[in-house]
Design a protein around this ligand. Structure first.
Ligand code: PRP
Ligand code: MN
Ligand code: MG
Length: 180
C-alpha cells in the first residue's frame, strides 16, 4: 500500500488548492493582453500545471519539455540533457516555466538559459515548492507556492523512483523507503 510508505502529510490538498488560486490570480493580473505560454517540465509538473492553468483567467497556451539530469534518482550530477523539446516556437511569446519543485536549481538554471536564447518576449519561473537549503545554482523565482524544509517529499506530481506522483497531498516519505 502506497500510504504505508508515508511518514506524514506536509501540505494538504486544500492548502495546495488555495495557494494555486492565489498564484492564478496573480498571473492573470500580470498577463492581461499578453501572449502567454506555460512551459511545464515533465513529469513532476503535470499535476501542478493542470491545476494552475485552470486558475488563470486570461488566454494561455501550454507546452511541455522533458529534461533529465544524469545520475542516480536522488542525487543529480550537474549535466542536463533534453529528452523532449518544445513543439512551439517561443519567439515573441511571454513564457512562464512551470515546475513542481526547485532543489539544486540545476534544471531551472539550464532551462531558463536555454529558453532565453530563443528570444521570447519575457521569461519567468513559477514553482510550487522551493527547497532553498539545497540550492547550488541561482535561479530567479517569480511565483512561488511554498517554501519547504529539506525532507524527502513526494505526491502531487513528485515521485520517488517513479512512484507516489498520484498522491493528492504533498507528503514526507518514510526514510526506510529510500534507505532500503
Ligand atoms: C525533479 C523535479 C524538478 C527537479 C528539481 O525532476 O521535478 O524538475 O528534479 O531538481 P533540481 O532543482 O535539483 O534540478 P526529476 O529530474 O526527478 O524528473 P521528474 O520530474 O520526471 O520526476
Ligand atoms: Mn521534474
Ligand atoms: Mg523525479
Amino acid at each position: 500500500m502506497l500510504n504505508q510508505d508515508i511518514e506524514r502529510v506536509l501540505i494538504t490538498r486544500e492548502e495546495i488548492s488555495t495557494r494555486i488560486k492565489e498564484l492564478g490570480e496573480q498571473i492573470t493580473r500580470d498577463y492581461q493582453e499578453k501572449n502567454l505560454l506555460l512551459v511545464g517540465v515533465l513529469k513532476g509538473a503535470v499535476v501542478f500545471m493542470a491545476d494552475l492553468m485552470r486558475e488563470i483567467r486570461t488566454t494561455v497556451d501550454i507546452d511541455f519539455m522533458d529534461v533529465s539530469s544524469y545520475g542516480s534518482s536522488t542525487e543529480s550530477s550537474g549535466v542536463v540533457r533534453i529528452l523532449k523539446d518544445l513543439d512551439t516556437d517561443i519567439q515573441g511569446k511571454h513564457i512562464i516555466i512551470v515546475e513542481d519543485i526547485i532543489d539544486s536549481g540545476l534544471t531551472l538554471n539550464y532551462l531558463t538559459k536555454l529558453l532565453q536564447s530563443r528570444n521570447p518576449a519575457s521569461i519567468k519561473v513559477c514553482v510550487l515548492l522551493d527547497k532553498p537549503e539545497r540550492r547550488d545554482l541561482e535561479v530567479a523565482i517569480h511565483y512561488r507556492g511554498f517554501s519547504v524544509p529539506n525532507e524527502f517529499i513526494v505526491g502531487y506530481g513528485l515521485d520517488y523512483d517513479g512512484k507516489y506522483r498520484n498522491l493528492p497531498d504533498i507528503c514526507i516519505l518514510k526514510p526506510e523507503v529510500y534507505r532500503a
